[in-house]
Design a protein around this ligand. Structure first.
Ligand SMILES: Nc1ncnc2c1ncn2[C@@H]1O[C@H](COP(=O)(O)OP(=O)(O)O)[C@@H](O)[C@H]1O
Ligand SMILES: [Mg+2]
Length: 481
């Protein structure tokens, strides 16, 4: 995400420090990942060391189990960058919690190393480790671990109390953290007066009050009802964008992983089998196991326009006339062409029927046709789910443009439907946290052949929805005003 440049939220998160000076120091520092795991192994059992050597030599899990050893984490390596949400995803028993506990030094690796912000954990004294944990790494658990007889405010301040932070300061920090999670008004209540979602927020506030840059969250939302869970995910994303924390988030829910993770590490039987963005994992699963895992995922909420768009192989220059535009539409068997200026900025689209009429009227420019035409533009990171309605309403493919309105690609309706079809549309599934939304938008998209807004006379226009509708010409020219 925001690798090592210094950005606003991070700087402003530092209180009591001269921000300018701090930022300047940061930019000159060697870039160091917030969290680094190197060839981590955690094996449980008396003969663990021997078993690591066997695994390193290529032995499989079963061989190791015969020694009476449980291989919980095998050869895990990854780096988490500053400000990144790194999700560790896997079925129960795949080693996620064990991995997480090694990251904050609660568990000592059987082999391998963990570095937090450049500091190697292995080899630190117990005291140094505790202090590093307090300053750098907080943990949020699934079961909120709240103290029942203490108020919400005291619970949020608990970590600071353990660190012997003076009362006034810890109350102040806890209050701010509770404000951040929307519980400012609840400081004097007891945990029992709170709903499950609210209690989980207190857990989060406790971690935030500690002021550490790294948050480790172990199935933090897994015990919550789907709707509350969704709210918590939103809140986490929102907090993350404001505070720029580095988060390692564990879940066994793929939809949650895809929604939250900048990158996702897929674990199976103690090993990380793939690390990538949600899109990378969906589009290019490393093996059959991952492919099977992601086959039911709600793609419309993961894939973006940039992942499904097609090359705008063809574009007509603004000064090409109706004849040339028609010729290129025919050549490519499409019913519309996009019109761009010299800088490839999108000016609009023209459809074959209107262009043919203009030609008949003897017009020499496309300019008058551009006005009638509504081209819908979207940005490359628009979610596919949000393309469905505009795509249904727009007779020509959606145009994907950059910040300067330059044409990057096109998304014909058929491409969109095909992208969703691959792995099953959300419609056929129920029960996941996003089913509702997606069903709604998916049903808004009629199948291509029923598009009433296409001119029935224009076979080309229909084709335009089925493939990229633009034609490259070399002489792209500036349109006359
Ligand atoms: N303290 C322990 N002693 C022995 N085996 C353990 C211990 N902790 C975890 N395991 C085993 O390690 C494997 C991974 O567990 P865990 O990390 O809790 O998985 P996850 O969090 O993905 O459900 C499991 O087989 C589990 O039984
Ligand atoms: Mg676990």
């Amino acid at each position: 995400m925001s690798p090592h440049e210094v950005d606003g939220p991070e700087c402003s998160a530092v209180t009591g420090v001269d921000v300018d000076v701090w930022c300047a120091t940061r930019t000159t520092r060697e870039p160091v990942p917030a969290v680094r795991a190197q060839k981590l192994y955690k094996l449980f059992g008396r003969r663990a060391d021997e078993a690591v050597r066997l695994l390193e030599q290529g032995a499989d899990r079963e061989a190791v189990r015969k020694l009476g050893v449980t291989p919980a984490v095998i050869d895990a390596s990854f780096e988490v960058e500053d400000g990144e949400i790194f999700v560790v995803m896997g079925l129960s028993g795949s080693g996620k919690s064990t991995l997480l506990r090694m990251l904050n030094g609660l568990l000592r690796p059987t082999s391998g190393e963990v570095h937090i912000d450049g500091t190697r954990l292995t080899g630190l004294s117990a005291k140094a480790l505790r202090s590093l944990r307090q300053q750098k790494v907080s943990m949020v658990f699934q079961h909120f671990a709240l103290l029942p007889h203490r108020t919400v405010g005291e619970n949020a301040a608990y970590g600071l109390e353990v660190q012997r932070v003076p009362k006034a300061e810890r109350e102040e920090r806890a209050r701010k953290a509770l404000d951040l999670v929307g519980l400012g008004a609840w400081a004097d209540h007891l945990p029992t007066q709170l709903s499950g979602g609210m209690r989980q927020r207190v857990g989060l506030a406790r971690a935030l009050a500690a002021g550490t840059d790294v948050l480790l969250m172990d199935e933090a939302f897994s015990a919550l009802d789907p709707l509350i869970r969704r709210e918590m995910q939103d809140q986490l994303l929102e907090l993350q964008s404001r505070l720029g924390k580095t988060i390692v988030f564990i879940t066994h829910d793929l939809n949650e992983a895809m929604r939250l993770g900048d990158r996702i590490a897929m674990m199976r039987d103690g090993r990380i089998v793939q690390i990538g963005t949600a899109e990378e994992i969906l589009q290019d699963p490393a093996n059959d196991y991952v492919a099977q895992f992601v086959q039911d995922v709600d793609r419309s909420r993961v894939l973006t326009a940039s992942a499904v768009m097609e090359q705008p192989v063809a574009v007509v220059g603004a000064r090409s006339g109706p004849r040339q535009a028609l010729r290129s539409m025919r050549e490519h068997q499409v019913g519309a062409a996009f019109v761009v200026d010299r800088e490839r900025r999108l000016l609009g689209a023209v459809r074959d029927d209107a262009t043919a009429d203009a030609l008949r009227r003897g017009e020499e420019s496309l300019a008058s046709l551009l006005d009638d035409h509504e081209v819908v533009t979207v940005s490359p990171d628009t979610l596919v789910a949000d393309l469905l309605t505009p795509s249904a309403e727009c007779p020509v493919p959606l145009a994907v443009v950059d910040d300067e309105n330059r044409l990057l690609g096109v998304v014909p309706r058929a491409t969109l439907l095909a992208a969703l079809g691959n792995g099953g549309s959300a419609e056929s599934r129920g029960g996941d946290v996003r089913g509702e939304d997606t069903r709604r938008s998916a049903s808004a998209a009629p199948p291509p052949e029923s598009s009433a807004d296409l001119e029935p006379s224009s076979r080309g226009a229909q084709l335009a929805t089925e493939r990229s509708a633009v034609t490259e010409v070399d002489d792209v020219e500036e349109v006359k005003p």
